[in-house]
Design a protein around this ligand. Structure first.
Ligand code: PLP
Length: 284
């Protein structure tokens, strides 16, 4: 595949980064994944805004004009076949001469981007949808989960929890037995037709799929949405559970820790929400 590294497009095999890069040594960087279906990016502007917020928050002095990022993304899409792609963007604090924790002065950030295949967007039909299985475990990540840091070991270990149990994702709960999110997705419950998802704070990533979905649902008005604290007892008693991410859109969860969610089938509210999402996502 053709990738982007520090201002040039090169074959993946030719993209080389120093082992002294702080992204490698410290996981010191910010990343994004933007979905693109047949050449159309979803949520481009909010994704770039979130990345810039992250860079600002960790003190990396780097902000390209949005148009420059769009050019990089569109070039990657064209050079990699225009299919269903996740566009990965990564800015690390750069390569220093020594391994020293403090932010270095005068070091240029490393910019890397590549495209990878993602599944076709889900078809909003509950008889065709793939039902997800998830495990649950205590959320043991740091208290800055709103930053999309490239330091993903906490998320990796949480994902592995589910993977080892034959699950597709892992739902996470905090010390108060409250749902936070999943290892690489935001999380939702549906009870009596009402969709609920945890509020934005330092415990979760402000997902762009979450933002788009809540905006679409609120503007449409046919499904009620709440952002509020959700206990794990509510999760286990829910009619439906969903997880969302850029590469999955809305994924219906049918089993948690081996127990059925609701009747164990993909739900009607999922189908209604995914229908609205499919119709509205390209406005973002
Ligand atoms: N939460 C975490 C921890 C993630 O890593 C991701 C995405 O990878 C999400 C939520 C979903 O975010 P988005 O909808 O922007 O892809």
């Amino acid at each position: 595949s053709i990738v982007f590294l520090n201002d040039s497009f090169v074959p993946m095999e030719e993209a080389k980064i120093s082992p002294m890069d702080r992204g490698f040594l410290f996981g010191d960087g910010i990343y994004e994944v933007i979905p693109s279906y047949e050449g159309m990016l979803v949520g481009f502007a909010p994704h770039i805004e979130r990345m810039n917020n992250g860079l600002r928050e960790i003190g990396i002095d780097f902000a390209w004009p949005v148009e420059k990022w769009r050019e990089v993304c569109e070039n990657l899409i064209e050079k990699n076949g225009r299919g269903n792609l996740g566009i990965y963007l990564h800015v690390s604090r750069g390569t220093d001469s020594k391994r020293f924790h403090a932010y270095p002065e005068g070091v240029a950030p490393t910019v890397f981007a590549f495209a990878f295949d993602i599944p076709a967007a889900p078809v909003a039909d509950k008889t065709l949808a793939k039902g997800y299985k998830v495990s649950t475990t205590r959320d043991l990540r740091w208290e800055r989960c709103h930053i999309k840091s490239t330091a993903l070991l906490g998320n990796v270990m949480h994902f592995q929890h589910g993977f080892e149990r034959g699950a597709n994702e892992t739902l996470l709960f905090n010390a108060n037995n409250e749902l936070t999110e999943a290892s690489a997705c935001n999380a939702y419950i549906v009870k009596d037709g009402v969709v609920a998802t945890p509020p934005l704070d330092n415990q979760i990533l402000p997902g762009i799929t979450r933002f788009i979905l809540l905006d679409i649902l609120r503007k449409n008005g046919s499904i009620k949405v709440e952002e509020r604290i959700i206990t794990m007892d509510e999760v286990f008693a829910a009619d439906e559970v969903w997880v969302t991410s850029s590469s999955k859109e809305i994924a219906p969860v049918v089993e948690i820790d081996g127990k059925k969610v609701g009747n164990g089938e993909v739900g009607d509210v999922w189908q209604a929400a995914q229908t609205l999402y499919s119709a509205g996502k390209h406005n973002y």
